[in-house]
Ligand binder design. Sequence first.
Ligand SMILES: *Cc1c(COP(=O)(O)O)cnc(C)c1O
Ligand code: SF4
Length: 457
Amino acid sequence: MTSTVVDLSEESPERAKYRAITLHNVEGLPQAERLTDDQRFAIDVVSRVLPFKTNNYVVNELINWDDVPNDPIFTLTFPQQHMLRDEHFDEVATLVSRDASRAEIDEAANRIRMTLNPHPAGQLEHNVPVLYEETVEGLQHKYEETVLLFPSNGQTCHAYCTFCFRWPQFVGLDDLKFATKQANGLVAYLRERPRVSDVLITGGDPMVMKTRRFKQYIDPILEDDPPNLRTIRIGTKALGYWPYRFTTDDDAEEMLDIFRRITATGRHLSIMAHFNHPRELSTPAVREATERIRETGAQIRTQSPIMRNINDTSDAWAEMWREQVRLGMIPYYMFVARDTGAKHFFEIPLVRAWEIFRGAYNQVSGLARTVRGPSMSAEPGKVAVSGPAEVAGQKVLTLTFLQGRDPDWVGRPFFAQYDESATWLNELRPAFGEEKFFFEDELAHRYEAGIGAGTEG
Ligand SMILES: *Cc1c(COP(=O)(O)O)cnc(C)c1O
Ligand code: SF4
């Protein structure tokens, strides 16, 4: 590792300047002195395979350095040895130790990446919308009411979560051709799909964009004023990773002005904020940012995956939801992490995830029980684990669609054989000796016939 010193001395909390911290400058952090040689070496090795980026806010204001390496926020953005399987770690460690060439390390890294299930949910092939027999770039449409927009300048984040399923994009394994530079396709699409009521602008993190860029996506939508569009959602981790985006950044006020313009059209603006741990809600910066966003008339809804080594206790979730409600946010989803990347490091069996969910849910007031989960964003839809039950003398796991490719699936309880070790829908078997889950034939039919939210007229 090189050791460019990261000089944080001129920094004042009144006007923080964003600094990305990556393998190239991590050694220059004053806090890096607190890492052992093994930990530093592990960062070097693991970040050859999985993306590594954190920033000065996360390092200075969120991580509790007295508790490193167990600190949940450290684990959230810093690579650690066991995020790679031993044989993979050893292979790259050997190369790094003997100063192998960049090409040699990249070759090994890419080979390892391909074993980490880089494309977990078949999102891209089945959710591409079609208009006038052409695919619309930068959109995904899986559930009828909601279209996702991927702005090409919003395909990165203020820091990278070590568990993120978008890691292939961050290491350049996936190209960004699916993303779009403008909103024209979306505007035309909304006109032709009157059933779509929500647009979700997502990434990466669209809030990494400068306001003037972000505006280029919003203006055409507001100018066209599609009558069916009731809600604009923005998926972001900026409140967790860089709250100054809404307070002291140069163009913070202009961003809040855009929020005001959206709500002034009578539409609902929902900031879909990603928080993984209650500590992210604790700084003066995030509190001020929250207040400023809420003053625009926007609501903030919250979501996070549940992960071992980061937030695998009921108390962490209960505290997070309680604090969110106090700050005026609406708890929305608890997700189960997808099978990709460092999944073995973070994974929690579905039954255990449900226990943690329930242990948190049953200690918060009804105002925090807007949250749903634990939910898997799987091929057929979002499937929540409603919990174990005994039916006709058989122990089963009850599941429910929160969203389905076929809206008719939503809200119907269905049953899997009880399985304490399963971590995803595809590891579960139908209960009562049945061959298939109730939705499987229809799902196959839809794929075969090319039926989807984005292909119907
Ligand atoms: C989760 C999700 C949505 C939004 O679903 P809601 O239940 O309305 O929040 C939309 N599209 C995709 C692909 C999703 O995964
Ligand atoms: S902020 Fe979201 S998109 Fe970005 S790395 Fe984290 S989980 Fe992934």
